[in-house]
Design a protein around this ligand. Structure first.
Ligand SMILES: [Zn+2]
Length: 377
């Protein structure tokens, strides 16, 4: 039985934390479910003792943070993602990432995640989904100061392109971590978001289509033959549809408020697009019905080898951006459903990437609910 363990080591001083991620084969001499139960400190302490005695003397003084049969959830972000901003009062603001981090710490989830700094995507990785001229043109538009608008909603400041490279690169690295078995699944807390960015244009706060870059990377670099993209952002992921429509290796399932920005999606652009428009004022009841009746049978029949989530939380009841009524429990529920599909068909492989979500409190709480389900904590 292979067990994954994250320990916190007080290497030199109490303040200096070093995280150590171990994977070991323990045979069948203890119950991992008992040890994975962090609300029950006793078995974990017992397990820590056994670990120190049997594995290595160098582990003395370590504190077991997390152990589970299935592995760990990676959390990828980068400081550059907070330097991109589009002007005062813009809802897609750096405070979103801070709100997520604050809430994960408050919910006591933060220390149980595998924290990884994103790396920038390469030009070649971006060019798998974006037009080469578009990529080249963007580089010439970066202002020395102030802003340049790419569309009425989307601007870049001097740091935005670097942020966009790291946002897309987070998904690429997350795929690598999952495929290498270093993480069971991953959440990328990045901005700018991506699902409105089309093959050759920025749109709706998005510059590069992060989820598409990650999905293509899984197919091109790791030989994945079938990927599913699950999009529960309140806006239709027109960019992802633009890039993957008619690509039979991809099934995209989405739910979005309609009619609403970007005012399309009601007529799918390909047979591999399962678009579910929802009228305004829909709540979790209708959302769960649609997922159960439409998404889940299609996902099961497609049997994806890797699942990507365009995780937008702007359908939340408290989010002024939309007129929908989802709450944290709905995001937890849909994450649980997707996780079950991933377990059945995809060896648990999921990479989830932040899209929308503009009410800071609701966003933080919803991401925490989402990550709690992803991690099985
Ligand atoms: Zn959105």
């Amino acid at each position: 039985m292979r067990i994954f363990i994250l320990v916190k080591e007080f290497a030199q001083s109490k303040m200096q934390k070093a995280y150590l991620f171990l994977s070991a084969d323990f045979g069948d001499w203890f119950d991992p479910k008992t040890c994975a139960n962090r609300s029950s400190p006793r078995p974990v302490n017992w397990f820590a003792l056994a670990l120190r005695r049997t594995l290595s003397p160098s582990l003395r003084g370590t504190q077991i943070l997390y152990s589970a049969e299935e592995g760990i959830t990676a959390y990828l972000t980068h400081p550059s993602c907070s330097m991109h901003e589009m002007g005062r009062g813009h809802p897609e603001c750096p405070a979103r990432l801070a709100a997520i981090q604050d809430r994960l710490i408050a919910a006591q989830l933060w220390d149980f995640l595998l924290h990884v700094d994103a790396q920038p995507a390469t030009w070649e990785q971006l060019a798998r989904v974006h037009d080469a001229d578009y990529l080249d043109r963007l580089a010439t538009l970066v202002p020395a100061q102030g802003y340049v608008h790419l569309d009425p909603d989307t601007a870049i400041n001097p740091y935005s392109l670097n942020a966009a490279y790291h946002a897309a690169g987070a998904g690429v690295l997350a795929v690598d971590l999952v495929m290498q078995g270093r993480a069971n699944n991953a959440f990328c807390a990045v901005r700018p978001p991506g699902h409105h960015a089309e093959h050759d244009r920025a749109m709706g706060f998005c510059i590069f289509n992060n989820i598409a870059v990650a999905a293509r990377h899984a197919m091109e670099a790791h030989g994945i033959e079938r990927v599913a993209i699950v999009d529960f952002d309140v806006h239709h992921g027109n960019g992802t549809e633009d890039i993957f429509c008619h690509d039979e290796r991809v099934l995209m399932v989405s739910i979005f408020q309609h009619p609403f920005f970007p005012y399309c999606g009601d007529v799918p652009r390909g047979p591999n697009m399962l678009n579910v428009p929802m009228p305004r004022a829909s709540t979790g009841v209708q959302f769960r019905e649609a997922v159960t009746e439409k998404w889940l049978p299609a996902l099961d029949a497609f049997a994806p080898q890797f699942i990507f989530i365009s995780a937008g939380f702007d359908a939340h009841l408290e989010d002024d951006m939309s007129s929908m009524g989802l709450v944290e429990a709905d995001y937890a529920w849909v994450t649980r459903q997707v996780r079950q599909v991933a377990k059945k068909h995809a060896q648990g492989r999921i990479v989830s990437m932040l899209e929308g979500g503009y009410d800071l409190s609701a966003l933080g709480r919803s991401v925490a609910a989402h990550i709690k389900e992803l991690s099985g904590l």
